[in-house]
Write a protein that binds this ligand. Sequence first.
Ligand code: NAG
Ligand code: NAG
Length: 222
Amino acid sequence: MARNVSLLSFFFFFFTCAVVLLLAADVEPALVSSPPVPDGVNSTDQFIRARCGATRFPGLCYSSLAAYSGAVQQNPVQLARVSANLTVARLAKLSARVSSLRRHCSTTTTNAPVAACPEAGALRDCSDALGDASDLARRTSAELRGLVEEAAGSSSAAAWRVSNAQTWMSAALTNEETCSDGFEEVAPGSRAKADMTWRLLRVKQYTSNALALVNGLAGGGQ
Ligand SMILES: *[C@@H]1O[C@H](CO)[C@@H](O)[C@H](O)[C@H]1NC(C)=O
Ligand SMILES: *[C@@H]1O[C@H](CO)[C@@H](O)[C@H](O)[C@H]1NC(C)=O
């Protein structure tokens, strides 16, 4: 009798596991077993893929960071730093774009300022907001460098650095939102609006990913 019961509970346990696994497989295959590793993919790639899994745009995260596996070396702080650096680079490109759109505005609007360049105000605000975002992303990267260098230091100092990095990266995202908000008020139809909307979407995805990777350092994540 006792044996039948334990056999029964064994099968019940087995069955439950199978159901749980099937449900999990349906939601997220990676929970059940790691996906097959193609030939030539090394463990740093897998590390980057796993960390990127916790971001909102994992595909972009992996595709933009995989090329830096040499600098990353399976170090989550380095990964976050490269991601912050990429954000700085994207912001620099976007700021250059804003400058060129503003130049274009000022050369075409000497006669009819507002009609010819309805996005002039939004571009001016973006210029400031994106400059601030860039400074903040740079400060994040510098703070993370301190974290790499003091890997053996006190944990309260490390927690402080992570917290600063979180604050700055999330403030960078807020500045990018400010720029987006300004463009939302520009009437649809202008080329500059379409162009900026798309580019801002992209830069916000990079920033969001960098913030998520920084957030992943909090609470012993490193
Ligand atoms: C892992 O692969 C990347 C390219 O995907 C390469 O740059 C890196 O050097 C490799 N690392 C090791 C330890 O083989
Ligand atoms: C990040 O950017 C800084 C400044 O350009 C550079 O010195 C550093 O090596 C970069 N770090 C990584 C991990 O890419």
